[in-house]
Structure formats: C-alpha cells, structure tokens
Design a protein around this ligand. Structure first.
Ligand code: ASP
Length: 319
C-alpha cells in the first residue's frame, strides 16, 4: 500500500492514487466498525493527542473513536481552557506537546495555515481536522467515500453541486480539490456574496440560482451558513436565504431522481436545508457521512502511523 505522506494537512498534497488507497483501506474499517468487536491493533502503543482550538462535536468524537478502535492511547487537550488563553504561542504549545512524545497529533484551529505551521515544529504525524477557511481533508475524504458507496463504486464523471456558503467553507474547498482531482464536474451554487471570484479558477461552473444549478446533478452537497466567520451582512435575512437557497423538495426535484443529499453538519434546519429532506432516508446520506467519518479517520491514521514507524526504523538503522 503506498501513501507517501508524513502528515495529512490537506487534499492539495494528495494525488488520485493516494485518495483511492485511503478510501479502499477505509472500506476495510467500515466492515470492522459494523462488527460486535471493533478493535484492531494498528495503533497499539502509539499516543494520539487531539487539540481542538475551535469547537467541534462530530469531528473530535470521530477522531477519538477512530484512535481508540485502533488501539492508540488517546488524549483530548481542552484547548479552550489551556495556556493559549494565558498567552502561550502556538509554537510553544507545540514544543510542550513534543516533549510528551505523541505519535499522532490531530489539530483544529481557527487560522488557515496554523496546522501546517505546527506540523513543521513537531516530530510526529499531524492530521488537519480543519484550519480556518482553508482545508478539512478528512471531511472531503469521508464525503468521497459516501458518494462512492452510494453511486455503486463510482467517483468519476459525476455532476456534483456544492451549495450555499462557499466563501467561508473549508469543507467546500477540500471537496472542490478532491472531486476535481477525481475528474468530476463541479457546480457551485450560492448568492454572489458567498461565492468569491477565486473559486472560478478551480475549473468549476458557478450558479446563483438553485433550480438552474441543480438540474440533473447526481449529488447535492449543502453547506452550513457559517455566521461565525462572517463580519458583515452577506445575506439579507435567513428567511430570504432559505427561500432562495434552502434545499426543499421543490428545488431537489430539479436534480436526478436518484441524487443524494449531503451535509457536513452541524445543520441549520430551515436555513440551508428543510428538515424533512435531511431526514428522508431515501435521499439523505447525512448519517452515512458520519459513519464513513470514523472509517476514513481510522484509515488516515493507520497509513500515517505505518509511515511514521518506517521512518523511525530507517532512522534507527542509520544511527
Ligand atoms: N463541521 C464542518 C467544519 O468544521 C462544517 C461546518 O462547521 O459547517 O468545517
């Protein structure tokens, strides 16, 4: 199995072969996670530290469960209450952690690029669990696995609509990169205020009307309106936004009859998506996304741990 990376910082650094390797291994973990006994020893003896400088529910829980199922010693650092509040720099925190000899560091940070910076300062594998508006690689990978399974093993030449608050979304950015690398046709749909011009350079089609944009798509990926990242009036009102861009049955009818509906969570029901659509087991794969999340994180940590062990062995041999 070849996955020549020391860290998982973004989709940008991965090629289609890396993506397929990771998704194939994740399939093995999907099966394991459906058994009564869900343990493997891929990370036995290794220490995983989760550092979340920004709130998270499913991503943190998913990484914790993934590490525990693979046998790692998992520690969650309560970063809200940490020395960061007392003025410690990110680098000082990294150096402190480094002295505890972690093997895997899972980091979420509100600033784009902070996780890359940290990865340069520590001696372990670093996984980006979301950095500002930049990347959220494990989300894009779990989305890809969900799509591949829902579409009978296919992850190429699909028409995929990513809808809503593209401008503030690391999920959108990582998905545009991944789905583009796998040669899908991507449409971005949203109000012009939430669709900044640089996205056009990614070779995507851009729509400001949901009905035009959703026509005949295979996948409808909705995004949360990220109010915490907005510093001004990007939309007239939530009511107006729902009316124009909220996914309801009427708008979904423009997509292919077998189109799936996705959302990374947390969802604002009645703002970007109608609750009934979100709960419709014939269309929505939102729960599958959560399930795939654990498997994809197990696969990512397993692959990085293999590389880490190989590097350490080489270093030992050379010393
Ligand atoms: N949970 C995702 C993220 O951390 C999406 C969101 O928050 O809307 O980026």
């Amino acid at each position: 199995m070849s996955f020549a990376h020391a860290h998982l910082l973004g989709i940008e650094q991965l090629n289609p072969f890396d993506i397929t390797t990771l998704l194939d291994l994740a399939e093995v973990y999907v099966d394991l996670n459906r058994r009564d006994i869900k343990h493997s020893d891929a990370l036995t003896g290794l220490t995983q530290i989760n550092m979340f400088f920004e709130n998270s529910t499913r991503t943190q829980a998913s990484f914790e469960l993934a590490g525990k199922r693979l046998g790692a010693d998992v520690m969650n650092m309560a970063m809200q209450a940490s020395s960061i509040k007392k003025g410690e720099t990110l680098i000082d925190t990294a150096m402190t952690l480094n002295a505890m000899h972690p093997d895997l560091l899972v980091v979420r940070h509100p600033h784009s690029g902070a996780v890359d910076l940290l990865a340069q300062k520590v001696n372990c594998a670093v996984l980006n669990a979301g950095d500002g508006k930049h990347e959220h690689p494990t989300q894009a990978l779990l989305d890809a696995l969900t799509i591949r399974r829902a579409k009978g093993g296919r992850l190429q030449r699909l028409n995929i609509a990513i809808c809503g608050d593209i401008a503030h979304s690391r999920v959108a950015r990582s998905n545009i990169l991944l789905l583009g690398k796998m040669e899908n046709r991507i449409r971005l749909i949203g109000p012009p205020t939430l669709l900044p011009a640089p996205f056009k350079e990614f070779g995507v089609e851009v729509y400001d009307d949901m009905r035009d944009g959703l026509k005949d798509v295979d996948v409808v990926m909705m995004l949360r309106l990220q109010k915490e990242r907005m510093d001004g009036g990007f939309i007239p009102s939530e009511r107006e936004y729902y009316h124009r861009y909220g996914l309801d049955a009427e708008k979904l009818a423009y997509a292919k009859p077998d189109a799936i509906v996705m959302h990374p969570g947390p969802m604002n029901r009645g703002v970007e998506i109608d609750g009934e659509i979100a709960d419709d087991i014939n269309r929505s794969v939102i729960q599958e996304q959560v399930e795939m999340g654990v498997a994809v994180r197990m696969a990512a940590m397993d692959l990085l741990a293999r590389n880490l062990r190989a590097r350490r062995t080489d270093a030992g041999v050379m010393a």
